[in-house]
Ligand binder design. Sequence first.
Ligand SMILES: [Zn+2]
Length: 466
Amino acid sequence: MATTGLTAKKSSFLQIQGWGFGPAATNYASRLNVDNNHLKLAKYSIGIGDRFAHQAKAQLQACVQALQNGVQVIPVWNKSNREHTIIGSEPLSVRRAADAAVRALHWEEPYFCDADHITLQTVDRFLESCDFYTIDVADSIGKPATAADMESFVRRHPELLGRVQLEGVDEHFEVTREHLTRTAEKFLVAVKKAGEVYRKIENAKGAGNFIPEISMDETDRPQSTMELLIILAAIADEGIPVQTIAPKFSGRFNKGVDYVGDVAQFEPELALDVSAITYAVRQYDLPENLKLSVHSGSDKFSIYPAIHATIKRFNAGVHLKTAGTTWLEELIGLAEAGGDGLARAKEIYSEAFAGRDELCRPYATVIDVEPAKLPPPDEVRGWSSEQYTSALRHVSGTAAYNSSFRQLLHVGFKVAARMGRRYLDLLELNEAVIAKNVTENLYDRHIGPVFLGRAGTVRNSTGRNA
Ligand SMILES: [Zn+2]
């Protein structure tokens, strides 16, 4: 078996600690969540992200705080090919930053680097440095499967015909042959595509040396629970030991802002999806730690109580991707620092405003910027630190908070990327104030409500905890 990535690091760890085989080694292995030499993602995990590879420590600090409060939340540094391309960075930079943060904070729990939203065309440059792969097959959804493939799928899955009862929920489903065939027609090509990508990674890294996730979130229509169940059956047929799956949920999951949709409806839907996963794990022998992954999961404050209640009710896990929110905390930190930091934050806004059409285009399905609500750059130039941070900081319900301003800046990281050292030098100069914002945002507003079941800490307009 090839020992790459975490596997290699793990064995050197064991030597450093002076642990041989025996109970201590076993405990260590189970703490690292390694099963029969297979990497295994723990119950609770959080996708954290770092556009400019400067906040790894501040983000990890939020997981340290969770652990100090008795809850293990595993950090997964994720960065998509799209982000790397826009910024001009390489996947190895994410690995290096994560490794350095882990060493600096003496983090002894597992951690991973996620090749986020990769396809057959883009996976190659992630093969060396990543040990988590989010295989994106959204583009293949709806490409019609062949009649032969549909027929053999339906023949293989008589359990999905007629009455399907999931455990732990009152609802049941009545599935007709027609429904099953149509759903197979819509998703089989995408699942086969996922199989191709999975096998390419497996050939390069060896089975069990990476965590596979399958994402279907970047598409126009949410998947129903029954569709999710049928997709999972197809994934099992395809032989993919999937550990996390990211469906598209109903409602809008816009980047960096709160959930837009029916909050009361979200909880029962989530419960059905979780019970579909339990069913699929048992019926199709998928990995027992398989769980939902919530993409664009940062800042969805209104549904965090529902997520927490559901994982508790079903004793289920969840992976929450929050990558983009951290870059906005960098801007908040710079603005809070005043002086050159505030000036640079304003300059970034004014360039983002000028280039808004180009910046928003790649994210059209995941942002809702209302042009009329964007303050003119001239006005922003006159803002104090307090005005800038309270417009940007995500505290809904305050008069100053402006979700259009926030979303434009969310996709505006390209502007900072173009500034290069002019931006990075200021990050380094203002590390303390930025780190404080990054950690507080992740811990108080995300990890706390989702994993620990604590109400988010609301900050008043002076920036202090209320
Ligand atoms: Zn996604």
